[in-house]
Ligand binder design. Structure first.
Ligand code: 3BY
Ligand code: FES
Ligand code: FE
Length: 410
């Protein structure tokens, strides 16, 4: 039986609210199916408009075997361009980030405009028309300054997500922000283990002392474990944010994405070791640092914390069945000055510690799953509803994509 049919049958027969069978976490053919049907068809978070503030600025990323360059052209329009030359296919942009007037292929110097049109190709003879060889483009969607790309020919809707989350992102003004610090770590774990780990705080007490100083373990204002004190705090902050016109109430239930503004713990205003702001110049036009944390999730590859003084953005990119890159960016107001308004060490301490703790958890999870003794285990519904939600989203997307009517005739 093909991996395609095996995966379909395993998803159809899987126990609800149990972790997935081993193949989903380590099999190379299952990994290819994930790349084709999830990362090749969904909207994937790539980066931020403030990664490329000026014309000519670009950054690169790869979705599976497809390298892309995200570039801002001279008219300030942002393009997602396949990073593969129309001559003999060489990768064109080789660096992660930079600035350039034109896209010049390093192999034979075919030269493209920032919108992907071919301007010049040497020795091609008279009949050659550069206009016939533009670089190919992927779909691009921008929501509140977050750049998403989709490789599908017919991409799923983007507008409902954009409409739902833009009010939440507006106070943080990502178009007037800058990247203060950025780091990519490599985790020896399947991408789904990285996301599963992020979707619950069942592990927080055992692993994240620094984070728990400011982060409340509740995932949403309607968390089943919510205490009366937590509900009181939510109500008080909701009234304050309503007065300031700051969006906070959770977006309608949706398996793929969610935005909600949550209060932080114990009177803290930022995810720093002591809970005080890391940046004195607040994001956007905010006057009060206590914006809680606006948590934004978009499956399959990003979750984020937008706060009053700074924000933290995460991007998950699978590179192999047991290998995933996790990029974290710390963002501040574009006018904030390092050393005067903010201190990098103070800003990054909590999440650097947390990321390394999470990496270890995900890698240990992978090692145990690889054992012949692994069998899918039950999720704690009270504490792991976020994981259940992710697995349900993943399973339903996959079942839709893998369904083959020919197998089900008769
Ligand atoms: O990424 C690179 O190395 C080059 C620099 C100029 C064109 N390309 C984007
Ligand atoms: Fe790009 Fe030849 S492959 S110029
Ligand atoms: Fe964690």
């Amino acid at each position: 039986m093909s991996a395609h049919d095996t995966m379909f049958d395993l998803l159809r027969s899987k126990k609800q609210n149990y972790s997935l069978p081993r193949e989903f976490y380590n099999d190379p053919e299952f990994f290819q199916l994930d790349m084709t049907h999830v990362f090749g068809k969904s909207w994937i978070f790539a980066g931020l408009v403030c990664d490329i503030p000026k014309p000519g600025n670009f950054f690169t990323l790869s979705i599976g075997d497809d390298p892309l360059v995200i570039v801002r052209d001279d008219n300030h329009e942002i393009h997602a361009i396949y990073n593969t030359c129309r001559h003999r296919g060489s990768k064109i942009c080789l660096t992660e980030k930079g600035s350039t007037a034109k896209l010049v292929c390093p192999y034979h110097q075919w030269t493209y405009n920032l919108d992907g049109n071919l301007l010049f190709a040497g020795n091609m003879g008279e009949g050659f028309k550069p206009a016939d060889y533009p670089l190919k483009k992927a779909n691009i969607g921008i929501a509140g300054g977050m750049i998403f790309v989709c490789l599908a020919e017919n991409p799923p809707a983007f507008d409902s997500f954009k409409l739902a989350v833009e009010p939440f992102l507006r106070p943080h003004a990502l178009d007037r922000a800058k990247i203060a610090h950025e780091i990519t770590i490599r985790e020896k774990a399947n991408w789904k283990l990285v996301i599963e780990n992020n979707r619950e705080c069942y592990h927080c007490n055992g692993s994240h002392p620094e984070l728990l100083n400011s982060l409340l373990e509740f995932d949403n204002t309607d968390d089943p474990r919510a205490t009366p004190e937590f509900k009181q705090l939510v109500d008080r902050k909701a009234r304050e944010w309503d007065q300031l016109g700051i969006a906070h109430e959770s977006t309608p239930h949706n398996l793929q994405y969610r935005a909600v503004r949550m209060p932080l713990a114990n009177g803290t205003t930022s995810m720093t070791m002591d809970g005080t702001p890391a940046c004195q110049k607040l994001m956007g036009d905010l006057k009060d640092p206590d914006m809680g944390s606006m948590r934004l999730l978009h499956l399959p590859n990003t979750w984020n914390h937008f706060m009053g003084d700074h924000s933290i953005v995460f991007r998950v990119m699978p590179v192999g069945p047991q290998e995933t890159l996790v990029t974290t960016k710390w963002i501040v107001h574009e006018d904030a000055v390092e050393g005067k308004d903010y201190d990098i060490e103070k800003m990054v301490a909590v999440w650097n510690a947390t990321n390394h703790q999470d990496r270890e958890l995900a890698e240990n999870n992978q090692l145990g799953i690889n054992s012949r003794a692994y069998q899918p285990g039950p999720y704690a519904q009270e504490a792991e509803f976020g994981v259940i939600n992710f697995i349900n989203w993943y399973s339903s997307e996959m079942l839709k994509q893998l369904f083959d009517p020919a197998r089900f005739q008769l």
